[in-house]
Design a protein around this ligand. Structure first.
Ligand SMILES: Cc1cc2nc3c(=O)[nH]c(=O)nc-3n(C[C@H](O)[C@H](O)[C@H](O)COP(=O)(O)OP(=O)(O)OC[C@H]3O[C@@H](n4cnc5c(N)ncnc54)[C@H](O)[C@@H]3O)c2cc1C
Length: 391
């Protein structure tokens, strides 16, 4: 399929896929089973300069934009969606710095992330504030040039592994979310610790932990953007990273279809390959069509973003929503094509189905994506209602 990728984009895609096949595939079942964080895979990605693919050139990256980030994520997720998160979770933790960091913050962290020396995380969610991000209660109280952080962030991807963490706190409980402020907190800062690794249904190679802040004192230079901009930091970051979550879904679904297609050509029943049965052919055709539709929406959205188009909230949410629902369906259907063997851990589609579920939940559940899309439609309607409809 021709996607009109540049030569560099093709190289990045092919490099990521080669690492996925040669390094990730042999270990994915074991890392899933034992919940091993893939530091060794991170080294291979770093050696190939892939962590820097989307980071601007003047901060040590390749400057290939968000599109390169989705290409790497898609190819890694095609083989293992859990291991892909060492890259994808770092992209989520890094975009706030790219979007809102001052020169000092960018110079301090981006080159190290680009080299793959460190990974990063982004922490918004709390036990009482998931979909309702505005309901966070963790506090940052000003004390001279410092802030004292207290509270717990829940289920943070790369939590405990990340050297640098963007976390959002309220500086004034009375003003609530209008006082939300994003802070950059380094691992090892006194008063900051990570909880135990969560035992999850899927993406088990990814580390998900609490970030705990107990009288953690950070200098005001750690503020990302301006005080009170915390929600904006989060929402603008999600505009960039929801397409990356969509890329995880597209890659995962492609991987499941690759497996189902190959299996259907080998498995014999009633004296013939199961690929000769029309019901199997129809399932494969539906998979291919849905994956392709999602990929086209994803690539289109990222091309707009990389060309500086900023009004992308609706498209980013659509890409995340459509692709994650698609990946769930495709992975369930892949198991169906495998029959009973698909239900066994001996084949990768069982893990792929477990890995798919989270994509419908994190970075905003798919119910919340629908609300976001509807909200954008209303805004568009109100903006255009006095204008004649242009055909
Ligand atoms: C493995 C994993 C990794 C994660 N990584 C991160 C991370 O790196 N950083 C981070 O900040 N967070 C992270 N999260 C948190 C994740 O973003 C939240 O779980 C998600 O936003 C949903 O919040 P919740 O789980 O509290 O569900 P709830 O908000 O309690 O929702 C429960 C149900 O109610 C529905 N619902 C809620 N409100 C509405 C509404 N207004 N209208 C309709 N339906 C509604 C939801 O769609 C859902 O079905 C992670 C979570 C997991 C499980």
């Amino acid at each position: 399929m021709e996607y009109f990728l540049t030569e560099t984009q093709k190289e990045i895609r092919d490099l990521a896929y080669r690492i996925a096949v040669e390094k990730v595939k042999p270990v994915r079942a074991e890392y899933d089973e034992k919940g091993i964080y893939p530091w060794d895979i991170a080294r291979h990605l770093a050696d190939a300069d892939l962590f820097g693919s989307y980071i601007p050139e003047n901060y040590g990256g390749l400057g290939e934009g968000l599109f390169s980030g989705i290409l790497v994520t898609e190819q890694l997720a095609r083989i293992c969606s859990g291991i892909a998160l060492v890259f994808e979770g770092t992209l989520l933790g890094t975009y706030p710095i790219i979007l809102f960091g001052n020169e000092d913050q960018k110079r301090k962290y981006l080159p190290r992330i680009a080299k793959g020396e460190i990974v990063s995380s982004f922490g918004m969610t709390e036990s009482g504030a998931g979909s309702d991000a505005a309901g966070i209660s963790s506090s940052a109280i000003k004390d001279g040039d410092y802030y004292i952080l207290n509270g717990t962030k829940q289920w943070i991807t790369n939590g405990g592994e990340a050297e640098i963490n963007t976390v959002v706190f309220l500086t004034d409980k009375e003003r609530g979310i209008r006082s939300a402020t994003a802070f950059l907190v380094e691992k090892g800062t006194p008063g900051f610790s990570a909880g135990k690794k969560e035992n999850k249904l899927g993406i088990r190679a990814s580390a998900t932990r609490e970030l705990v802040f107990e009288d953690c004192r950070v200098h005001q230079d750690c503020i990302l953007g301006k005080p009170g901009q915390g929600l904006r930091v989060a929402m603008q970051t999600f505009d960039m990273t929801r397409p990356v979550v969509a890329a995880q879904a597209v890659g995962l679904a492609q991987g499941a279809m690759d497996e189902a297609l190959a299996y259907s050509q080998q498995r014999m029943q009633f004296g013939q390959k199961i690929s000769s049965f029309q019901s199997i052919q129809l399932m494969l055709a539906d998979m291919a069509m849905q994956i392709e539709a999602c990929r086209q929406l994803l690539y289109h959205t990222c091309r707009l973003i990389d060309r500086g188009y900023t009004d992308v909230t609706k498209l980013s949410s659509m890409a995340k929503l459509l692709s994650s629902d698609m990946a769930m369906k495709v992975t369930v259907d892949a198991i169906q094509i495998f029959g009973g063997y698909g239900y066994m851990k001996d084949y990768p589609v069982e893990k792929m189905m477990r890995d798919a579920k989270i994509i419908q939940i994190y970075e905003g559940t798919n119910q919340i994506q629908r609300l976001v899309i509807a909200n954008e439609l209303t805004k568009e309607y109100n903006k255009n209602k006095n204008r004649e409809i242009a055909l």
